[in-house]
Design a protein around this ligand. Sequence first.
Ligand SMILES: Nc1ncnc2c1ncn2[C@@H]1O[C@H](COP(=O)(O)OP(=O)(O)OP(=O)(O)O)[C@@H](O)[C@H]1O
Ligand SMILES: [Mg+2]
Length: 500
Amino acid sequence: MDPFFVVRGVTKRYPGVLALDGVDFDLRAGEIHVLLGENGAGKSTLVKILSGVVRPDEGDVLIDGASVRLDPPSVARTLGISTVYQELALAPDMTVMQNIFLGREVTRGRAGLLDPATMRRETHRLLKLLDVDLDPDTPVRRLSLATRQVIEIVRALAWKSRALIMDEPTSSLSEHETEELFARIARLKAEGVGIIYISHRLEEMDRIADRITVMRDGRVVTTRARGTVSRAELVRLMVGRELTEAFPKRVPNPGPEFLRVEHLTVPGRLVDVSFAVRAGEVLAVAGLVGAGRTETLRALVGLEPGASGSVFVRGRPVRLTTPREAIRQGIGLVPEDRHAQGLVLDMTVQQNIALASLPSCTNRGFLSFTRLAELARRYIARLRIKVASPAVRVATLSGGNQQKVVLARALAAGSNIVLLDEPTRGIDVGAKVEIYDLVNELAAEGNAVVLVSSELPEILGLADRIVVMREGRISATMNRSEATQETILAAALPVAEPVA
Ligand SMILES: Nc1ncnc2c1ncn2[C@@H]1O[C@H](COP(=O)(O)OP(=O)(O)OP(=O)(O)O)[C@@H](O)[C@H]1O
Ligand SMILES: [Mg+2]
């Protein structure tokens, strides 16, 4: 089948980085083409070129055989390429319908008057096609992240797109929402839309991919049809080496109690949450999206106003009212949403890493740039952060590498109670293993670790003890030895599941 577009020899350079190096790639109508690669491999850069955000330094994109220019993004969209960005790009105060037709309003007659009746009919038709039950007049602000993502897909259809690009669409979706997304992708495919799908979740590949392209260091390593390559081989192609055991064994050696939480309550969100973590221990917190796991961690660093209950650090009662106070007590949070809470995008990698440890980087009261740089270099090496120099702006790093910078900052601040909220989200398989090693190392060095994760294998592989949350409460506490996927799920699922 003839491809819809062909990428030929595309190269993109940034200062000190060859982000894309002679990339060849193509997309056919009605196929799902999965793009795999480690953090920093160049996936998002390729997406940016295809969506007209970035212009290639060399090479061409051909549509129906003719070389085209795709920038700015409005041109790419007009040519039939739509992108669902990870940081969703809808206007929150406009309605569903307004967002779908934004920039492409249907007009009537020569005066160019808006034709709401036609737009409404079209909106209804598209929502129905994707099986979405939604009032077109709802303001987008009121919708969940998953629903907003669907609106972006509907919008792509309204623009008669022939290609839809999704960069890590499931990274913040629950399992159920992911299933719904897959069903919708199947419908788009049946409509003849070609889909580029980027994800670090390898288990998704087997389910949806028609073809898989693996990138490494800005180059295409291989493009294969589904079923012609095993998962292990994909991993090897991505990381360029064999990966050893994902969950290294650690002999638990718990010391004194570092953190005790009693009756933690946040009106409307958390009810009577109590647990304790010892030095050298990894306590995993399992539960579904929305169960209150993130709120629990946030409350511990003073980010949930209205929180009540008692917190003890090394047996002493403390009042954790601000993040600064939490850091002073040795509690460091690596948040889930690195953009909203984690990073200062306009500052350098070095500054971001040192942000919470500036006092330790002073020399007789003056900020020591030598110490700053040393600290940054140490953690860049330890977490294998892929960056041309510590002095580049953090905004220029790939998604997964930004996540590592947030982790580096908490560690650099000398926290010995480390709260990790989904630390491997958006992280490639190779780097995941590094994060697992690091969690084990942190515990082995005598730190207390609280790990929130939605990946059950991760929980079972790393935890010494597990608490499960459901609807703002702790529904079960178990030792590693009594925990299985089944026992955890049983405690996490709603008690009486309504018939869907
Ligand atoms: N605006 C920019 N300025 C400088 N370097 C950049 C810029 N954008 C991307 N890079 C670099 O280009 C390389 C490829 O980045 P890209 O975002 O394409 O990776 P990715 O494969 O999407 O990774 P991830 O899985 O972490 O999202 C990285 O080394 C990144 O730091
Ligand atoms: Mg990316």
